[in-house]
Ligand binder design. Structure first.
Ligand code: NAI
Ligand code: MG
Length: 496
């Protein structure tokens, strides 16, 4: 069995692929292993999917290698672009189903899931446009030599993605890799395998030859580790926790020194100055931390408010957070669904307990929501100091820490007081403040008077321990190409 019949509340019955997608075919794992995926809203099992072991990773890598060395090399850049565009169109055509599956397996609100699927299609289409614009340079060193560079694909790319944006991460990884002529073996997160498998069922129809895009489900310690330590994987791209990012890098170093790009965690400062439009700032701060239930690597989890508006801000922000509708992700007005798993629920509740113990003040939330599913109330801690764990560690849940600041000089220092450097934001009406502070913040992204506004045309990635390399935009092409220099002698031999 490589598929099963399932039902979603919004789209009804559909066929859910459950196999491993290798060589444009659905197969069982060699050992026949499977694992269950859970609906986080109900804690019920949705279905079981095939689990890839090391042996299956070997088979998928061999398929990707064969495609890279053979048919994929012969496909023109224009056709690579066409296949990506076809895939984008097919994903858009299936947006309702893909969003419903995402909602079921991950727990994100249906409207947000639709946004993710639309953005995934947009990302694939964008990289489809790049496929025939990968260009080298002619470099003139002297009249006797003709030299040029080629931007060549790296080869077989292992890609390991997390559960917080299953469809979007799928597209962010596949788009630039395939546009530049690589082949991929992508492993989804064990909490959310389903939408990626539905999307995989569109790959063949989009026109991709067998072995170019292989999608497997499985666990990090088994299939993930097999990818990052594989001797025939040329590059690994990982998104997830900093702890595992280090392991992936070690595995690359300990095997074939495959190229590594990492998108890791964050503890991003969201800074509100006295002169900000307070209602706008509150909306963005609310969205910055509570969007996707706080399960965002770039979540604005450290909120710093200048003293002149601090009390007013906290009061109104609290009212705004209480108004966020928490509940069934399939209900039209839901903003926040459940956390993805029991483990994440427990981790977050652990941090909330930690914050209370350390003496931070709970303004709102701090408890479970309802009696079934991994729901947590939107939680705001005030009076948080820099030494508290809730101000330093990534919580990855609907938990926000607020502190007061006085001066610009002070907040630049405090804003940078983290081992992370993924994102940040400034809310101010003063253009000079916005530019001065954004230049001073050590983070890969700075939003001004907004938050979480990612776009596939704009590079995204981390300073410091938040990662290596950039995804999205033209910048991501550098992760998937290597420069070859060709130098041709035109004149006579130099020596003799
Ligand atoms: P994780 O880092 O364990 O999982 C992410 C991906 O890595 C999954 O596909 C997993 O199967 C894989 N993986 C796990 N161990 C591996 C290994 N040894 N080798 C290769 N691949 C491996 O993250 P987890 O446990 O799901 O979440 C823990 C924390 O990580 C969260 O609370 C959050 O702080 C952070 N996180 C950050 C994300 C981001 O977008 N930057 C996404 C998910 C989690
Ligand atoms: Mg699930």
């Amino acid at each position: 069995m490589t598929s099963t019949q399932l039902t979603t509340p919004s789209t009804g019955k559909y066929t859910q692929p459950t196999g491993l997608f290798i060589n444009n075919e659905w197969v069982q794992g060699v050992d026949g292993k499977t694992f269950e995926t859970i609906n986080p809203s109900t804690e019920d099992v949705i279905c079981s999917v095939a689990e890839a072991t090391e042996k299956d990773v070997d088979i998928a890598v061999a398929a990707a290698r064969k495609a890279f060395d053979g048919p994929w090399r012969k496909v023109t850049p224009e056709d690579r672009g066409k296949y990506l565009t076809n895939l984008a169109n097919l994903i858009e055509k299936n947006i309702d189903l893909l969003a419903a599956v995402e909602c079921l397996d991950n727990g994100k609100a249906l409207g947000m899931a639709k946004g993710d699927v639309g953005a995934a299609a947009g990302c694939l289409r964008y990289y489809g446009g790049w496929a025939d614009k990968i260009e080298g340079k002619v470099i003139d060193t002297n009249p006797d030599t003709f030299s040029y560079t080629r931007q060549e694909p790296i080869g077989v790319c292992g890609q390991i993605i997390p559960w917080n944006f299953p469809m979007l991460m799928w597209a962010w990884k596949i788009g630039p890799a395939v546009a530049t002529g690589n082949t991929v073996v992508l492993k989804t997160a064990e909490q959310t395998p389903l939408s990626a498998l539905v999307a995989a069922s569109l790959i063949k129809e989009a026109g991709f030859p067998p072995g170019v895009i292989n999608i497997i489900s499985g666990f990090g310690k088994v299939a993930g580790a097999a990818i990052s330590s594989h001797m025939d994987v040329d590059k690994v791209a990982f998104t997830g926790s900093t702890v595992v990012g280090r392991q992936v890098m070690k595995a690359a170093a300990g095997s074939n020194l495959k190229k590594v790009t990492l998108e890791l965690g964050g503890k991003s400062p969201n800074i509100v100055f006295n002169d900000a439009d307070i209602e706008n700032a509150i909306s963005w701060v609310n969205f910055g931390i509570f969007f996707n239930h706080g399960q965002c690597c770039c979540a604005g989890s450290r909120v710093y408010v200048q003293s002149g508006i601090y009390d007013k801000f906290v009061e109104r922000f609290k009212a705004r957070a209480i108004a966020n509708k928490v509940g069934d992700p399939f209900a039209a007005d839901t903003f926040q669904g459940p956390q993805v798993s029991q483990l994440q629920y427990d981790r977050i509740m652990g941090y909330i307990a930690e914050g209370k113990k350390a003496g931070a003040k709970i303004e709102t939330g701090g408890e479970r929501h309802g009696d079934k599913g991994y729901f947590i109330q939107p939680t705001i801690f005030s009076n948080v100091t820099e030494d508290m764990k809730i101000m330093q560690e990534e919580i990855f849940g609907p938990v926000c820490s607020i502190a007061k600041f006085e001066t610009e000089e002070e907040i630049i220092k405090t804003g940078n007081n983290t081992t992370y450097g993924l994102a940040s934001a400034i809310h101010t009406a003063n253009l000079n403040t916005a530019i001065r502070v954004s230049n001073a913040l050590r983070a890969g992204t700075v939003w001004v008077n907004q938050y979480n506004m990612l776009h596939h045309q704009i590079p995204f990635g981390g300073f410091k321990e938040s990662g290596i390399g950039r995804e999205l935009g033209e910048a991501a092409l550098a992760n998937y190409t290597q420069t070859k220099s060709v130098s041709i002698r035109l004149g006579d031999a130099l020596f003799g």
